[in-house]
Design a protein around this ligand. Structure first.
Ligand SMILES: Nc1nc2c(ncn2[C@@H]2O[C@H](COP(=O)(O)OP(=O)(O)O)[C@@H](O)[C@H]2O)c(=O)[nH]1
Ligand SMILES: [Mg+2]
Length: 448
């Protein structure tokens, strides 16, 4: 996993907050201290850490959570927001437009990961249907061409290189022109970068760039150097403000968080992140998704659902009615309100041990609109009809549809789903699943 260490300490921090029954000022302050510790350990710049903690603290304490969102939930969202902000917010765009030759020239100091990243980008583009090719303009390092040859074979893309040549500018130009002529859309140029400091590197970059006129110059920085990656990115960004950045070696590096945040702070767009040695270990950089993953949850939706799951409670009698099939449409309405806050029904039922049954897809994916429609229908029914929906004849259905401003089809659909719920509940009993265990399972869901 990317940034394993940072991820696990951030997850601990979030879990700690989620375990609290309520979030007060002391809890927020402790959260902020935990965040600071986690970020500083990942080599994130002290000033960035201070800025982030101040924002988290003041937002968590001062902002009023929106209706339906608890303070705890809100605090988690604030952390999520601010971490994404630290890494740049906007998702990267593909650096290649279809149907035209896009030349991407990679630069960066030796060992940063250029050659590997060049092959990864070619593979990435080829996999997305672009005609991709590689050009080797590293004439300095012995074995550079052989290395790229091997990687190009793994990526299954053509490579242009010249054995024993000495003029990188001329080779780059010949390679790029050949692939341009042949209609390639993603032409990735690998360069040498034997310079130890940025000045010399940028000078060589200028010469090759002048010759091949790349659409993008992409700096490859080594994520394991932490904050120092920001220094390289800054020099580069000042020289070519349109340039893009790839951060390599983010797998298993404790300092990757520092590298990413430092590069993001420079304002240079991070397009790719490298997460391993193989050609497929490359991702388009999307800060929001990335932070979601760091926090150990798929995305913000998942995160909020989780918090809600932990918070919802349902009275015991209702849970019992639900489990024994002794429920009315009125109960259904009420439970729908509760269940809705838990997220997709299917997910909840999966949590109950020993249980698998089929609910109609629409009942599982209860959307906001559907919920409103069903609510209107149930409210248009008489108390008798709600308790005993079996009496719903076509004339009753017609009346309810008209009264609720819905269609007869929708009324029938609701009745069908209700029946499915009841059957499901009954099947629980038939299978004589230990009721206590079920209750416990429901209790664990906050049905206590
Ligand atoms: N773990 C890991 N290793 C990488 C990654 N990118 C490159 N490397 C390794 O870093 C070393 C230097 O990479 P190379 O592409 O030759 O760097 P260059 O000198 O800039 O061309 C090689 O051993 C690569 O396998 C990455 O994302 N993850
Ligand atoms: Mg190289």
């Amino acid at each position: 996993m990317v940034l394993e260490k940072l991820g696990s300490s951030l997850q601990q921090t979030i879990k700690k907050i989620l375990r609290l029954s309520s979030v007060d000022e002391a809890a927020v302050k402790e959260l902020v201290r935990d965040l600071q510790r986690a970020l500083l350990q990942a080599d994130v710049n002290v000033n960035l850490v201070l800025e982030l903690s101040q924002r988290v603290q003041s937002r968590a304490l001062k902002e009023e959570p929106p209706p339906g969102v608890s303070r705890k939930e809100h605090v988690v969202k604030v952390v999520y927001d601010e971490l994404a902000r630290l890494l740049g917010e906007k998702p990267a765009k593909l650096p290649v437009e279809p149907g035209k030759p896009n030349v991407i020239m990679l630069v960066g100091i030796q060992g940063s990961g250029k050659t590997t990243t060049a092959a990864k980008i070619a593979y990435f583009m080829a996999k997305r249907g672009f005609k991709a090719a590689l050009v080797c303009a590293d004439t300095y390092r012995p074995g550079a061409l052989a290395q790229l040859k091997q990687l190009a074979a793994q990526a299954r893309v053509p490579l242009y290189g010249e054995e024993g040549a000495s003029d990188p500018v001329a080779i780059a130009l010949r390679g790029v022109e050949k692939f341009r002529r042949e209609g390639y859309e993603a032409i990735i140029v690998d360069t040498a970068g034997r310079h130890k400091e940025e000045k010399g590197l940028i000078e060589e970059m200028r010469q090759i760039a002048e010759a091949v006129k790349p659409d993008r110059v992409m700096l490859v920085v080594d994520g394991t150097i932490g904050q120092q990656a920001g220094v390289q990115a800054k020099a580069f960004h000042e020289a070519t403000p349109l340039g893009a950045i790839a951060v390599a070696k983010l797998d298993g590096s404790a300092k990757g968080g520092g590298a990413l945040s430092a590069v993001a702070a420079v304002g240079a767009p991070i397009i790719f992140i490298g997460t391993g040695e193989k050609v497929e270990d490359l991702e388009l950089f999307d800060p929001v998704r990335f932070v979601g993953r760091l926090l150990g949850m798929g995305d913000l939706k998942g995160l909020l659902e989780k918090v809600r799951e932990a918070e919802i409670t349902l009275p015991k009698e209702k849970a019992k009615a639900f489990l024994t099939g002794k429920m009315t449409l009125e109960d259904l309405l009420e439970q729908m309100e509760n269940l809705r806050k838990l997220g997709p029904l299917g997910k909840i039922f999966k949590l109950i041990p020993g249980l698998s049954f089929q609910l109609p897809e629409e009942a599982i994916q209860l959307t906001e609109e559907k919920f409103k429609v069903w609510k209107a229908i149930i409210q248009s029914m008489t108390p008798e009809e709600r308790v005993n929906p079996k009496i719903m004849s076509s004339s009753r259905i017609k009346r309810v549809a008209r009264g609720s401003g819905t269609s007869e089809k929708e009324v029938r659909e609701l009745l069908k789903h209700f029946e499915a719920f009841r059957k499901m509940a009954k099947s629980l009993k038939r299978r004589s699943l230990p009721f206590k265990r079920l209750e416990r399972a429901m209790g664990g869901l906050g049905y206590g």
